[in-house]
Design a protein around this ligand. Sequence first.
Ligand code: PMP
Length: 398
Amino acid sequence: MEVSRRAQSIKASSTLAISAKAAELKAQGKDMVTFGVGEPDFDTPAHIREAAKKAIDEGKTRYTPAAGTPALRKAVCDKLKKDNGLDYEPAQVVISNGAKHSLMNAFMAILNEGDEVIIPAPFWLSYAEMVKIAGGVPVVVHTKKENNFMLTKEELEGAYTAKTKALILTSPSNPTGMISSLEDLQMVADFAVKHDIFVISDEIYEKLIYDEGKKHISIASLSKEIYDRTIVINGVSKSYAMTGWRIGFAAAPLEVAKLMSSLQSHMASNPNSIAQEATLAALEGPQDCVTEMCKEFKKRRDYIYEREEAIPMISALKPEGAFYLFVDVSGTYGKSYEGKEIHSAADFAAILIAEKYVAVVPCADFGMPDYIRLSYATDMEQIKKGMDRIEEMVKALA
Ligand code: PMP
């Protein structure tokens, strides 16, 4: 029996593979430290959990409109106005099963077969696969560390072809933790308006920003022209420690939002009714839980970066947001650990997990084969233990 060629062309998620390997070693009784998964270790705040329990007891357990409940779509509009200075009508908002699902809906709503989507590397690994699932062609453009992993105008123009349909912007970035400045955004907006293409703006880490003077700006807020071409993607997984609830949302030009809603109605009916009530409580309730979690992430960011900087042969930029440290390990190439030689970040990560029981993500699938990604969404004790072991390994390289 022949199965789908398109489905066969899609790579399995390597971050999930790392998690599986770490779980396997843990089951064998190994003392694992995992910097793999991008998931806050905090519990979902109590008032959000209570809202979900209440929703069950009040019978909010039925189908909702495909694009989400009117109350939640309105709350998302209020959030976008308050936090991002954006004016949207509820009809322009689609609630989905996580930001991942919102992104998938967006690609399916705008792409025709063969349309190209510019993806700046390093990128979150699902983008390229999602574009392919939707029949598009990912066009990866490499950024440079000396430019804070931001695209230059020349790099962007060099990637443009008559088939370019959209570009993806992620700020704060997974995996680099860098935040696009107003100037970076203005350059991207000018490019998108000039060539009349869409911008998919993934803003899922917007609340996790650690330094005075740094702030999140939504590209859609720069002008009417760019607003008309932007699909804003956001959700509650990262900022409210709600990964398992699976709620994300998109705000888009009306025509695009209608298509996304229609696609979703056939593929998923609607996002979970109880999780939608919980999300309403997250968006409308007290926000001090977000501030508290952010403070804790900042402590960890400061600590993990300081430890990494003290280790020879590896280097990173200080992340400004999200919860990842993106580490260049190419300085270790040619060295070996107990006879095992390192020629790539994948080799480095394989030795680290096998010899030191520390799981990290090698970033070839993020478009940067010389880097590993460490998620610091884990507690300080684990971070300390993990960094001790990375230090031991690197210092023992010969
Ligand atoms: N965008 C980025 C950049 C992410 O890192 C993630 C989660 N790893 C998502 C989207 C998806 O988030 P969700 O859990 O809401 O699907």
